[in-house]
Write a new protein. Structure first.
Length: 354
């Protein structure tokens, strides 16, 4: 009898609240049963790839370790999806389901739902993907006092590009950097996106903001003005700076687009205002910097003609290096920010598909 009582005592762990912690908002009693059906949440793939405008399924299934069924039947299953922020300081609610109740949040409303291909399937389907959907998502399944989680990363096919405004280098605080990217049909890049771009050959000596609030820059060809010619290639990290007071450039990220990017054939060269009107007359809008980079990187767009873009800069995309057209490398060539009223160039337009 004593041995039986001893086994019962060691098989159950009771965590009672401490009297001094009675004011905690989320205080609860946790009962851990060692020999019971422990809940397990599993993501079949840790990383999923998609693109802007596409649909994607983030995998998540739940099991009990000591049973073959999805749930014990004594408690309703609650499924909660959240998005982890780049600095991991908080989570953003995406979707919650319990029984017949469903709720989505923020810009995910109307775009997310559970796949539910089986009774233990908690996979999340995201439709009409936008640039802001990039990141890590947490799938949490709760049944009574048991819960478990799995994390899935959603990566988007796209391109990272450095950006500085007309005022010149190092003129953006973090919030202005975010707006600058949004204005150019892109979002501020993450470290992972910049690192992947560096591995693909991105080399840029100016430091720029990233989405986690850090300031970094990628170097593939070490040289004296960029940390020294004897240093190793890599992504150089300036650390974290004051988001309001510190000023740097920014690295933006954009993906493919639902539309047509093109150089407008026009009988004459144009001032900036004339270029804006010429695109409008053609049923389009003057193209943004993110759109020229996406067309160059993802579609292989190649044109040796310099043209106005929406931010007042003049650029041209070269996918096939040749004499007089970026002979040494494929790149979006930057001419500058010319006088809008007097300088004459062509124009790049963008027409969205309906």
């Amino acid at each position: 009898m004593k041995s039986l009582l001893f086994l019962v005592l060691i098989s159950v762990c009771w965590a009672e609240p401490h009297p001094d912690n009675s004011s905690l908002e989320h205080e609860r009693i946790i009962h851990i049963q060692e020999n019971g059906p422990r809940l397990l949440v599993v993501a079949e793939q840790a990383k999923i790839f998609s693109h802007r405008g596409g649909n994607v399924t983030l995998p998540c299934k739940f099991y009990h370790e000591h049973t073959s069924t999805a749930g014990s039947g004594t408690h309703k299953i609650r499924v909660k999806w959240t998005k982890l922020t780049s600095d991991y300081l908080k989570e953003l609610d995406v979707f919650v389901a319990m029984g017949h109740h469903r709720k989505s949040y923020g810009n995910y409303q109307g775009r997310v739902f559970l796949r539910e291909s089986s009774e233990n399937d908690a996979s999340l389907i995201i439709t009409n993907i936008i640039l802001e959907d990039y990141g890590r998502y947490k799938c949490e399944v709760i049944e009574g006092l048991e819960d478990d989680t799995a994390v899935v990363a959603l990566n988007l096919e796209g391109v990272v590009f450095p950006y500085s405004p007309r005022l010149g280098r190092y003129n953006l605080n973090f919030h202005e950097a975010q707006r600058a990217c949004l204005d150019q049909d892109s979002v501020i890049a993450s470290f992972d996106q910049l690192y992947d771009a560096w591995r693909s050959g991105l080399d840029w000596c100016n430091a720029g903001w990233l989405s986690d609030g850090s300031v970094q820059y990628p170097i593939t060809k070490p040289r004296e003005p960029c940390g020294g010619k004897n240093t190793v290639p890599g992504v150089r990290n300036y650390g974290f700076w004051d988001k309001d007071k510190s000023r740097y450039d920014v690295f933006c990220f954009t993906s493919n687009f639902n539309g047509r990017f093109y150089y407008l054939i026009h009988p004459t060269k144009l001032t900036y205002d004339e270029a804006v009107q010429a695109c409008l007359k053609d049923g389009a809008q003057i193209a943004k910097v993110g759109q020229i980079f996406a067309a160059w990187k993802l579609l292989g767009y190649d044109r040796c003609d310099a043209g106005w873009l929406a931010d007042g800069s003049v650029r041209y995309p070269i996918s096939r290096p040749r004499k007089r057209c970026s002979p040494n490398e494929a790149a979006v060539r930057f001419v500058g920010f010319p006088d809008k009223k007097h300088k004459l160039y062509g124009v790049y337009c963008f027409r969205a598909y309906k």
